[in-house]
Design a protein around this ligand. Sequence first.
Ligand SMILES: C[S@@+](CC[C@H](N)C(=O)[O-])C[C@H]1O[C@@H](n2cnc3c(N)ncnc32)[C@H](O)[C@@H]1O
Length: 404
Amino acid sequence: MSRRDALLDMLRAIVNRYPRAGSESQERLRAHLETLGRDLGGAGGTALDTAWDAFCREAFGHPCWVAFLLPESCAALPDLLPTLARLANRWAAPQGLHGAFDTTFEEWIAAQSDIRSTGSLGELLLRELASADPGSTHFLFLSRYYTFLDLLGAVMLRPAALPLLRRVFTQLHLQHSQWSHSYCQGYVYQGWERIGIAGIKPTEQRLALYDIDNLLGTGRRILDVGSNCGFLALELARCGHRVDGIELNPWLVGIANEVRGALDLTQAHFFVEDFQSFLPAEPYDAVFCLANHATIDGHSGLDFEHFTAKLFALLKPGGLLFFESHNVFGPGAGGPGDDGDLDRKLALAGRYFETLRHRMTPAFVPFHDVDKLFVILRRRERPVITATAPFDLAEARQHYAYDR
Ligand SMILES: C[S@@+](CC[C@H](N)C(=O)[O-])C[C@H]1O[C@@H](n2cnc3c(N)ncnc32)[C@H](O)[C@@H]1O
C-alpha cells in the first residue's frame, strides 16, 4: 500500500470512528477525504500531501496542540514541550543561531510527519486515534480525538480560522496547567460549528434539540450562568439577543472574549463572577442554567432551594428559566452530579417556578456521558407556599420530544 493510501485510510478511519449526528464539520471533512481519494495519483494526492504537511507543522510545531494530542508522550518525554517552546520562539535566538534553529525545526517536523516511521508523532497519533481502545481513559481519549478533528478541519477546510483556533487552544493549554478544576481533560466543553470546534456539547445541535426559539422570541436580555467558553451565549447573541455570561473560570472567560472579538459579537458580555455573589443591575427576561446547579468542580455551594430562589431573583416575573440536568439516571442519593431526585428538586423549585415542558436530550459523545433532561420553567409572580413535583421522573426519562 502506498504512503498516500495508508495516510488516507487512517484519516478516514479517524473521521468515521465516532460519527456525530448533525455535525456539518464532520460531514464536510468526510466528503473532502472522499474527494481527495478519488484522485490519489494526481491532484487529490498532492492536496493530501500538502494538507498532512500543514497539519504536522501546526500540530507538532506548537506546544498547545502537542499537549492535547499527545499527553502521554508529553508525560513520558518531559523535554518535549520545553523543546517545542524553544523552537516556536526560535526567532528570539541569539544572532547567528536562527539558521541552526530553523534547520533543526525542519528536520524535526519532517521526522515527526513520517507515517512510515514507527514511533514518529504522526504515526503514533494516527494509529492510536484510528484504532486504539480508549479503555478507561474516557475523556482523555475523546479530548485527543476531537482536538484532532478540530485541527484537521481547520487545516483542510478553513485555514483562515486557524489563528483563532490556535488562540482558543492556547488558552485551554494555559487553563489545563493553571486551573485545578478543568472539565473534559481540559478540552472544550461547549462546541461551536461556526468556528470549527466539535466540543463535548455542540451548541448548534444542542439549541436545535431544545427547540426554544418560539418561546424565547427575539431581542431578549439573557443571563447564561456558568457560561463556560461562551459559545452558547455567543450563538444567542448572534441570533439578536443581549447576553451576559457569568463564569468563575477566568481562562474560559478569556476564550469567550477572544471569540467575541474575532466575530464582533458585541451583544454578548462575559464576566468572571461567582453565581453565588452575582448581583445584576436589573433582572433578566431569561436565564440559561445548563448543567450548573451543582458542579463537579465543587464551586457551587448553594443547596437547590437557595439556588432556585436566587434564579427567581435574577428573573423578571414571567421570565423563562432554561434548565439542563446532570445525571437523571443516578440513585438520587445526593452524590456529585446525581439528579436521580430531580423530581423532588423541581418540587422545591415549584415554589418559585411553574414547569412548562421538558424533554430528554441525547449525549453527544460516544461514551462517558449520559442523556440529560432539559426543562423549561416560568418564574412565578411571587413565591407560593407549597408545590408538587411537576412530573414523574421515571416517565420524564422516556420523554424525548415535547407534546405539542
Ligand atoms: C458543567 S459546566 C456547564 C457549562 C455550561 N453551562 C453548559 O452547559 O454548556 C459548569 C460550568 O460552571 C462553571 N462554574 C462552576 N461554579 C460556578 C460558580 N459558582 N459561578 C459561576 N460559574 C461556575 C464552571 O467553571 C463550568 O464552566
